[in-house]
Design a protein around this ligand. Structure first.
Ligand SMILES: Cc1ncc(COP(=O)(O)O)c(C=O)c1O
Length: 407
């Protein structure tokens, strides 16, 4: 068997939606993007949703909107994809990395230790689709102590009067925390619609705007939308209407809008997300759980607890008692058996850029332990029962081979 890791979900509805866009004569930002934004609002109950061309550009946009720049600090987990920290570096600010918990999510106790008068934003990451402890994080930013420490330097910072919580929800569309769906739990939530994500637009992302009073979320949507289009007062669609040629540039915005051609792909998926795509992912996670729970050497990922429900973006299995080299050997064997697996993630302090910046992996022992024993298994709606069984047997076979090699 040959089992890919994460092929995109493309069915006839996707093709029809894309063809409809091509035939409409309008392919960049326009009605399909608006429709996708409306679907995101429906799915998440967030007040406003703004599509962009990637998670990364969305994060840079929000950081710039909040006035983040040199001298500012943004707290992130050491255990994430580098884009989380790169978005901060691109704004001239400093990522402050903290360790994670055993369940892969950022440790609120470590966040508390890292907060200084320079902290402007916290970016928790919902790894694999499991949301962070947002009760603790939202309490931290609202505490009198941390509000007093916060130095507001821009109009938006003054309006908020505290540290902004910007969730890296690249993995967590459809996940929930304390009865609320991702998108309506923190100030700002950004999903990724990259090709391997639960919902895709090939490349893309969406910013869920859920700011507290005195913010007017609709006004902030309009302002952020200007940020996606060079700070220009009229988008291409409006300009294309007769007599609509005149425009102004209000500030140095970015150019990170989502085209309708991409939105069409996401639109076809989001409509069947809760009732079809998410259910299939959950069924596969349950199938993996029931196979691996019999083996003492398998550490199953947390999918639910009393507050959280995952959206099963990844199935991050860990193997108890193995070294990083043994894990790598297991992956070689699994690959030879025709199964593509992955590792999420190489902690950032192990990567050259961050090592050169002075981050040390020794400061993040749980991130290192999680990484060194982790193997992400294929999980996507098209995966058939027989294929899941084959993945399970391949993992078991690789474990036995690696273990026997050490006898
Ligand atoms: C945790 C995390 N954050 C951010 C990103 C970046 O997303 P995008 O490729 O849409 O910029 C990814 C992408 O894989 C990710 O896994």
């Amino acid at each position: 068997m040959n089992i890919p890791f994460s092929p995109p979900f493309i069915d006839q509805d996707t093709i029809n939606e894309v063809v409809d866009t091509l035939q409409s004569g309008w392919i960049t930002t326009g009605p399909k993007v608006k429709a996708l934004e409306a679907e995101v609002v429906k799915l998440t109950s967030c007040p406003q949703a703004l599509c962009v061309n990637s998670w990364t550009s969305g994060a840079m946009l929000v950081l710039k909107w909040f006035g983040i720049g040199p001298g500012d600090e943004v707290i992130v987990p050491a255990y994430t994809y580098s884009a989380t920290a790169l978005s901060i570096i691109h704004c001239g600010a400093k990522p402050i990395m903290v360790d994670v918990r055993e369940d892969f999510t950022i440790d609120p106790a470590k966040i508390e230790e890292a907060i200084t008068s320079r902290t402007k934003v916290i970016m928790p990451v919902d790894i694999a689709g499991l949301m962070c402890d947002y009760t603790a994080i939202n309490e931290l930013v609202s505490s009198q102590k941390n509000k007093k420490l916060f130095i507001a330097e821009t109009e938006k910072q003054k309006q908020l009067g505290r540290i902004l919580v910007l969730s890296d929800a690249a993995h967590s569309v459809g996940a929930s925390f304390d009865g609320k769906v991702a998108g309506s739990v923190t100030d700002i939530t950004i999903f990724s619609f990259h090709a391997v994500k639960n919902i895709t637009t090939a490349e893309g992302g969406v910013i869920c705007i859920n700011l507290p009073t005195p913010f007017n979320n609709e006004e902030e949507y309009k302002l952020m939308r200007l940020w996606t289009l060079n700070g220009q007062t009229k988008d291409a669609f409006t300009k294309s209407q007769s007599g609509g040629w005149k425009y102004d540039i209000l500030f140095a915005g970015l150019k990170v809008n989502m085209p309708d051609l991409c939105a069409a792909v996401g639109l076809s998926q989001i409509k069947k997300y809760n009732n079809e795509l998410l259910k299939k992912r959950e069924a596969i996670a349950i199938q993996y759980h029931s196979f691996f729970q019999e083996f003492e050497w398998a550490q199953l990922p947390l999918m639910n607890d009393e507050k959280r429900k995952s959206c099963f973006h990844l199935y991050p299995l860990r193997i108890k008692g193995i070294s990083e080299i043994q894990r790598d050997n297991m992956i070689d064997i699994i690959s030879k058996l025709g199964v593509s697996v992955n590792v999420h993630f190489i902690p950032m302090p192990l990567l050259t850029l961050f090592k050169d910046m002075g981050y040390h992996i020794a400061d993040y022992p749980i991130a290192l332990d999680n990484y060194s024993r982790e193997i992400s298994l294929p999980i996507y709606p098209q995966l058939m029962n027989e294929e899941v069984k084959y993945v399970c047997e391949s993992i078991k076979e690789a474990y036995l081979q690696v273990l026997n090699a050490n006898d």
